[in-house]
Write a protein that binds this ligand. Structure first.
Ligand SMILES: Nc1ncnc2c1ncn2[C@@H]1O[C@H](COP(=O)(O)OP(=O)(O)OP(=O)(O)O)[C@@H](O)[C@H]1O
Length: 241
């Protein structure tokens, strides 16, 4: 049987001598959407950067389509689309110029850049400098960039930050469409509602440890509980009824 699109095995990572990812294991099949949920500093961005090949594990292994970063950096990079949580766009370039630049890097035609921009509703504003865009519009450009080459694995770091309700819904639709094409999507969020609406599976992260995985067939250490109950318990917040 073919290996899952993403395999992370016993991954550890320290930043400034503090271990921020502790023995993290995750497998993701083709066509699945997984939400990585956790509070500030839980390690969500670090995990996504590790998978994207920006950071490298101190221990353990990460494979995308059976390939490790060190086995072939270019082939690995071709398999992954990554939307960072912070990106400073170069001043002056328009949205279309920015997308065309990224398309060229990926060996894609300009028409695909235009199509990806249209998917996130920015065709009309394509001639405006990205630096003049609102936070939500910049998020949509970054999202389009991650989807550009239709890679098997799409990593999105806080993709819904700054999105208005319309684009929140569109985000969910676009992610589901990507999954429908067989792409695997892994995204980070603080919001349980978004995770529930967009994902097939939710992994709760705290202090670099997966505390709960809705796809692992386990429902928390204390017996069956809903995702909402697990969320409230894990973050010590009262459960809304
Ligand atoms: N470049 C760095 N240098 C030192 N420590 C870092 C660095 N990047 C992250 N960390 C630490 O690693 C831990 C995990 O951070 P990370 O950004 O992965 O969390 P997060 O879950 O994405 O948080 P948030 O929701 O606030 O974005 C934190 O304790 C953070 O301080």
């Amino acid at each position: 049987m073919a290996e899952p699109v993403l395999v992370m095995e016993h991954v550890r990572k320290s930043m400034r001598r503090q271990e921020v990812i502790k023995d993290f294991t995750l497998q993701a099949e083709a066509g699945r959407v997984i939400a990585l949920l956790g509070g500030n500093g839980a390690g969500k961005s670090t995990i996504l950067r590790l998978i994207a090949g920006i950071l490298h594990p101190d221990a353990g292994e990460i494979r995308v389509g059976g390939l490790r970063w060190k086995d072939g950096r270019l082939r690995y990079a071709e398999r992954v689309g990554y939307m960072p949580d912070d990106y400073r766009f170069p001043g002056g370039l328009t949205a279309m110029e920015t997308m065309t630049f990224w398309a060229k890097l990926r060996g894609l035609p300009k028409s695909r850049a235009a199509e990806a921009l249209a998917e996130v509703g920015l065709s009309d504003t394509g001639t405006k400098p990205v630096a003049s865009f609102s936070k939500g519009m910049r998020q949509r450009v970054l999202f389009a960039q991650a989807l550009l080459a239709r890679p098997p694995l799409v990593l999105l770091d806080e993709p819904t930050n700054g999105l208005d309700p319309f684009w929140m819904e569109s985000f969910i639709r676009l992610v589901r469409e990507a999954a429908g094409r067989g792409q695997t999507v892994l995204f980070s969020t603080h919001q349980l509602e978004i995770a529930e609406a967009a994902a097939d599976r939710i992994v709760f992260l705290r202090d670099g440890v997966a505390m709960f995985d809705s796809g692992a067939g386990q429902n928390g250490a204390d017996g069956p509980e809903t995702l909402r109950e697990a969320f409230a318990r894990m973050y010590g917040i009262p459960l809304r009824r």
